[in-house]
Design a protein around this ligand. Structure first.
Ligand code: FMN
Length: 375
């Protein structure tokens, strides 16, 4: 059925750039929790302008966030993310090169639905589809679906079973039966048939069990370093990479998520960051998020999560890239030297932020040999 489609490279997997770049939270209101007026609107016209521009300047990935129930109460902007497969189909149709990543919770959505929805995105995009695999950890979302939020280890056991079903649905041209600990399928098959032999897979689980899951299944694993010093980042990245090698004989990419506050001077950037994060920060939404995270996510010790309020408000708990263009380029080069393969970026104002980044930071990364200039 799809014999006339030409499969394109999927840049998160195939780009030769040493430091790959994606943009996160772009199916809605971005990744920062603040009342500052520069926060991304999540308006559909703004999303499509951003997608086209990111595509044009060679950013590797456009990554959605999965959220079914807001933090911070009814009608809070954090609930306004668009559904991530419908969104991906639309982004696929208006872009040419960029990887399009649908984030979703395996505990909420069946592998049969994801195999079909993702194959649809794969066909529309000519092979640029990918998934960010999240187990799910936020109880109100499980209530919404009438499903149980499993205990942490059990969640990953379920997700391993989920992946077995998904991989078989994706790869099999004939119907099959499959029985594992959590699924019992007869005459299973997914059509239309996708183009890629497997979509690009990302995972951001930080617990020991999450890291193992990422090593087993994903192409890209995210880590949240507890110390921003590039030497500490290097040790963390090596640990992650080595774990995937030793346990699964696999090379995986290790990425960080990061928020960017780029101004003409270091002082200006720091003052702007302080204003949107502390003075105008959305403390209530982040308090909700942290309170739900502590019992339900094991990414880091409970005390460390409590201390993360600043980073969550700044940009979804990401690594700080705050300063002038020279400061930011220098730090990105250091992170690359520390072994980081990619950065998933968050701005407060995505459109203005990406433009300034493209004009002043990208050329420095190109000069350092980390990225090829885009013709
Ligand atoms: C960069 C990044 C993006 C994430 N995006 C989402 C998301 O969109 N929706 C969600 O429910 N969880 C999201 N998460 C949560 C994680 O994927 C993961 O489920 C969580 O950290 C708990 O896993 P763990 O207990 O194994 O560490 C994200 C985490 C990171 C670091």
């Amino acid at each position: 059925m799809n014999e006339n489609r030409t499969v394109k490279p999927n840049p998160i997997r195939d780009s030769a750039n040493k430091l790959k770049l994606s943009i996160f939270g772009v199916n809605g209101t971005g990744g920062s929790f603040t009342h500052h007026p520069d926060r991304f609107s999540g308006d559909w016209d703004a999303i499509t302008r951003l997608a086209r521009r990111a595509d044009e300047i060679g950013i590797e990935g456009f990554v959605s966030a999965a959220r079914w129930i807001a933090f911070g109460g009814d009608n809070h902007y954090s609930g306004d993310y668009h559904e991530t497969f419908a969104w991906a189909g639309a982004i696929a149709a208006i872009t040419e090169k960029i990887s399009i990543i649908s984030t979703f919770q395996m505990g909420l959505i069946s592998p049969a639905f994801v195999a079909k929805a993702e194959a649809t995105v794969d066909i529309i995009s000519n092979g640029r589809a990918g998934l960010n695999l999240v187990c799910g950890w936020y109880p109100p979302e499980f209530d919404l679906f009438g499903l149980e939020l499993r205990e942490h280890a059990d969640r990953y056991d379920y997700s391993d079973s989920w992946m077995e079903v998904f991989d078989k649905l994706w790869s099999s041209d004939e119907s099959f039966a499959l029985k594992n600990e959590h699924f019992d399928l007869a005459h299973a098959m997914s059509q239309p048939r996708p183009l890629q032999s497997r979509p690009v897979l990302m995972n951001a689980g930080g617990s020991p069990r999450g890291r193992e899951f990422a090593g087993r299944h994903a192409d890209v694993a995210f880590t949240i370093p507890d110390d921003p010093d590039p030497k500490a980042v290097k040790a963390r990245v090596e640990e992650y990479r080595e774990e995937a090698r030793q346990k699964f004989g696999k090379e995986i990419q290790i990425w960080l998520s990061a928020y960017v506050v780029q101004k003409d001077t270091t002082e200006e950037a720091e003052a702007y960051a302080l204003d949107y994060i502390v003075t105008q920060g959305d403390d209530r939404a982040v308090r909700d998020m942290i309170e739900a995270n502590i019992p339900n996510s094991k990414t880091m010790p409970d005390d460390a999560i409590k201390e993360m309020s600043y980073e969550f408000k700044a940009g979804y708990g990401g690594y700080p890239l705050v300063g002038s263009s020279d400061d930011i380029a220098r730090r990105m080069i250091e992170l690359s030297e520390a072994g980081v393969d990619g950065l998933m970026l968050i701005w407060l104002d995505y459109e203005g932020g990406l433009e300034k980044f493209a004009a002043e930071v990208l050329p420095q990364l190109e000069k350092a040999g980390l990225r090829a200039p885009v013709r």
